[in-house]
Design a protein around this ligand. Structure first.
Ligand SMILES: *[C@@H]1O[C@H](CO)[C@@H](O)[C@H](O)[C@H]1NC(C)=O
Ligand SMILES: *[C@@H]1O[C@H](CO)[C@@H](O)[C@H](O)[C@H]1NC(C)=O
Ligand SMILES: *[C@@H]1O[C@H](CO)[C@@H](O)[C@H](O)[C@H]1NC(C)=O
Ligand SMILES: *[C@@H]1O[C@H](CO)[C@@H](O)[C@H](O)[C@H]1NC(C)=O
Length: 840
């Protein structure tokens, strides 16, 4: 029993209290190159920094902009990437030495390709940083060769100088729209159009104060029905003059028909307007810094106004650091805001205010290039929309307390029932790809797949819907990940619990498969994940994952044999199939008392082998209201000449580690005083329920045991210190040793303080926080909280000194640990996301 533990429990309870948003924990984790979700890596030896990706229209070819190179890559059906052709496009040695002369790092001086677009049916266009002197080039698409013109194409305004500076570019009808910085120092941001067709002139942004305020460009998209190009970026929000350097996220627009004014705003945008994108829940600090944005086309037959923009946002405030949010904005909302009022900038005071003058034009309206000077002067002054674009349903789509998302891709997936689901692919800063499905109750993260190990400063994500591939470009190469692997789910229950709209249970094949490949009935319930409903028919019965893993059935299968010597610590593993499952253990013939058994946060169970603990143990997982047995162990006594076998006829037993599954069931020796107990000078009183006494480190008991049993001291150090502390602590408390009384009093006072603080917070947060979906004031991860929640019940039980039934105890700790999402699933009743049980 330690103070720090109590304190951490207290803290984590606060975290739990304020963690009222949707469940942002991935259900399954696949570390790099797990067999279930292998990642294909395209990484030819002489290709570096392959970060700029472009798919051909038919998605058969992937074009890659890399360092000093352009690649054409075949995308095969299986997701393999095969190099087609590589073009070298590098600056001369002279260029590079000039670049480093100017004080740039030599590693930043190569040509990093940052713009790669299809221009027309015969040509592509690429721009690179080219030793801090950006250049562009045409590419002949047919032969995939550089078009060597007379003079090199100037890349200024189309591509940044600095390879770490963000930019965006998009081609529409052979014209190139760009957002980037247009100078060496990187402080002249500009949105422009180049390669204008026919007699149309190139257009750029006027130098008017406030059009752009130190922006970071993120992405751009073309909406044909609007004939507009939209730019997404973050910049300083000068309209918030009461906050110093407040970052805001923006959507800006220009009309593709714009050719600039006739006298006023010549060769300048006459249709540029911008508005704030507000990713914020009621009363919370906004997630104000845009990280990435993707466009999701409306479902077939729906209005273009249902086009959605999914963005990843982070926060500039440290309370929210490490968190990120996903917000969706509809084109309809964007159009409404741009059609509304505009703010007005007082040029003398440089203060923004809501416009009071008469509205003489509609800023942002296409066709304004033909308007009068008077109108254009008005337009030039009124470009910041007064209203903010709010997310769909005015709520955050996902809030992730412990993942910093950087890149996003989205697709609509038609599930077996014909219903469409939105699936988001989110790349984390730490190199994981999260696949999330958006459900009515909130987002469900189906899986996370590790894509790369070292953090990548520059990366991109691209989705090929027709090939079913997610492509991630980074300095390590291009990773390709199939959107799903249904066959990973080995049972109907797992298949349904995954809630993957791509996957369904095929009763005829008895396998989880891609729904497109299933003829006849499909077992799937993306919204509810209701196993008992979907898998009830006998044809839905799951296959065994392996011999030792059986479904609950009576009589119980014998399970894996674990043979132990008495007074050994038995360690039974139970790797969970899902992070959302709550594990608990059951004994066939008795109950799991927390005084004898330690359940670790990884789900494993430890206990001392005694005659009374030799039994059959079942590890059960409860997820979404469905219980399944994951592992069954038969713990028996090893045959030994000095000890009587616990049961006659069970003397020949294999040790767990000798059965080839040593990792699943293994035993650890404990420094005990098995047969010599009575002779020791053990001073600790015996715990009522424990057959052998657990000696305390450094007490004479250890010495005795060593001399009598030949256990070496090295063993002692190998033991799980935490476990010993935990068990010791409990037994000592049980024994009510006077030296601990003082500590107990202090602890109780602390706990009482903690409880009253919690109750206050609970009242507060329940009223304010749980209504919204964010929790910005609670650092720390949910998993940590889960762990601490687990510890809580142990501690409480220890303090109480009673032992509720094993199942109940577990249910207890789980309701503490479980996130509100699970609560909302109806698996745990009587809790509303606040403290379900007050300690003591
Ligand atoms: C899918 O998962 C199964 C089971 O883990 C594995 O054997 C198979 O190779 C995986 N398939 C793909 C395409 O990743
Ligand atoms: C495509 O663009 C290139 C470069 O502007 C031009 O030379 C070529 O003629 C165009 N091709 C077509 C089919 O328009
Ligand atoms: C308006 O601009 C278009 C070019 O977009 C031009 O063809 C047309 O003649 C202009 N109309 C008027 C009335 O000036
Ligand atoms: C290029 O790749 C290297 C690693 O190979 C990385 O350290 C560097 O940051 C990358 N540069 C850019 C601009 O992405």
């Amino acid at each position: 029993m330690t103070f720090s533990r109590l304190l951490s429990i207290c803290l984590s309870l606060i975290v739990l209290l304020s963690d009222c948003h949707g469940n942002a924990v991935p259900r399954v984790t696949f570390p790099l190159d797990s067999p279930g979700r292998p990642v294909g890596l395209f990484n030819p030896p002489d290709v570096r920094n392959s970060t700029t990706l472009l798919l051909s229209e038919d998605e058969e070819t992937l074009f890659v902009g890399a360092r000093d190179a352009l690649l054409s890559v075949n995308v095969s059906r299986s997701g393999g990437l095969i190099l087609n052709r590589k073009l070298d496009w590098s600056p001369t040695e002279q260029d590079v030495s000039d670049c480093s002369m100017k004080g740039k790092e030599e590693t930043d001086c190569p040509n990093f390709v940052r713009v790669l677009q299809v221009l027309n049916s015969t040509h592509m266009y690429a721009c690179g940083t080219f030793a801090f002197s950006p250049r562009c080039t045409y590419i002949n698409s047919g032969q995939f060769s550089l078009v060597t013109g007379n003079k090199p194409e100037e890349g200024r305004g189309r591509c940044p100088y600095d390879p770490y500076q963000k930019n965006t570019a998009i081609t529409v009808d052979g014209e190139l729209y760009t957002g980037t910085v247009a100078d060496y120092r990187g402080n002249r941001p500009i949105i422009s159009r180049y390669l204008s067709e026919g007699d149309r002139v190139d257009v750029k942004l006027d130098d008017t104060v406030g059009w752009l305020e130190d922006p970071t460009f993120i992405s751009s998209t073309f909406i044909p029905s609007e004939e507009k190009v939209y730019f997404f970026f973050s910049e300083l929000g000068r309209e918030y003059d009461f906050i110093n350097k407040f970052t805001v996220s923006r959507i800006a627009q220009v009309c593709t028909s714009d050719v600039g004014g006739q006298r006023t705003l010549q060769r300048r945008w006459t249709t540029f307007t911008k508005a704030q994108l507000l990713c914020q829940a009621n009363g919370e600090l906004p997630y104000n810094v845009l990280q990435d944005m993707t466009t999701l086309q409306p479902p077939e037959g729906a209005s273009e106004d249902d086009t959605l923009f999914y963005g990843i946002f982070s926060s500039q405030w440290s309370v929210n650091s490490g968190r990120s949010a996903v917000c969706a904005f509809s084109l309809r909302a964007v159009k409404e805001v741009f059609a509304g009022n505009y703010k007005y900038l007082n040029r003398d005071t440089l203060k923004w205010s809501t416009r009071v003058q008469e509205k003489i034009a509609n800023p942002g309206e296409c066709g304004l290039h033909n308007a009068s000077d008077n109108t254009l002067r008005f337009v030039k002054e009124n470009f910041l929309a007064d209203g903010n674009v709010l997310p769909v349903n005015q709520e955050l789509t996902i809030v992730s307390p412990d993942h910093h998302y950087s890149n996003i891709a989205a697709q609509r997936v038609r599930a077996a029932g014909g219903k469409d689901y939105t699936v988001l692919y989110l790349l984390t800063e730490t190199g994981y790809l999260h696949k999330a499905v958006l459900l009515e109750k909130g987002a469900h993260i189906i899986e996370e797949i590790q894509v790369f190990k070292p953090p990548q400063p520059v990366k991109n994500i691209l989705l090929s819907v027709s090939k079913g591939l997610v492509l991630v470009g980074s300095s390590e190469g291009v990773a390709s990940i199939p959107v799903s692997n249904c066959s990973y789910y080995w049972s109907c229950a797992e298949c349904v619990l995954a809630r993957d709209p791509f996957c369904g249970w095929d009763p005829s094949q008895k396998a989880c498969a891609d729904i497109a490949s299933i003829k006849g009935n499909v077992g799937q319930d993306v919204d509810g994940g209701n196993v008992s409903e979907v898998c009830k028919s006998s044809s839905m019965a799951p296959r065994s994952r392996s011999s030792f893993q059986k479904t609950p059935a009576a009589p119980c299968p014998p399970g894996e044999l674990v043979s132990v010597s008495l007074n050994e610590v038995v360690h039974l593993h139970c790797p969970a199939a899902s992070h959302l499952a709550r594990l608990h253990w059951e004994r066939l013939n008795s109950q799991i008392s927390p005084r004898i058994y330690m359940q670790h946060d990884d789900g494993s169970l430890r206990f001392l082998a005694t005659l009374s603990t030799l039994d059959q143990y079942l590890c059960k997982a409860v997820e979404n209201g469905f219980t399944q047995t994951l592992y069954v162990y038969q713990v028996r006594q090893k045959s030994s000449p000095t000890l009587q076998p616990s049961t006659p006829g069970r003397s020949q037993i294999t040790h767990a580690s000798e059965t080839g599954r040593g990792s699943a069931g293994s035993t650890t020796r404990w420094m005990t005083t098995p047969q010599t107990r009575d002779e020791t000078t053990e001073t600790k009183p015996k715990a009522k329920d424990l057959a052998p006494t657990v000696p305390v480190r450094g007490t004479p008991a250890v010495t005795t045991s060593k001399s009598s049993r030949n256990y070496d001291t090295v063993r002692e150090d190998n033991l799980d210190r935490q476990e010993i502390d935990g068990l010791e602590g409990e037994h000592q408390l049980l024994a009510k040793s006077p030296s601990y009384l003082q500590e107990l009093v202090v602890v109780s006072v602390l706990l009482a303080l903690c409880v009253s603080a919690l109750l206050t917070i609970a009242l507060f947060s329940f009223r304010q926080r749980c209504n919204s979906k964010t929790a910005p004031h609670s650092p720390g991860s949910r998993r940590d909280a889960e762990r601490a929640g687990e510890a809580t019940s142990h501690e409480r039980e220890a303090l109480r000194g009673n032992s509720p039934a094993g199942g109940k105890r577990n249910g207890h700790s789980q309701s503490m640990a479980k996130s509100p999402d699970a609560l909302s699933n109806g698996t745990v009743n009587g809790s509303n996301g606040h403290l379900p049980n007050t300690p003591i």
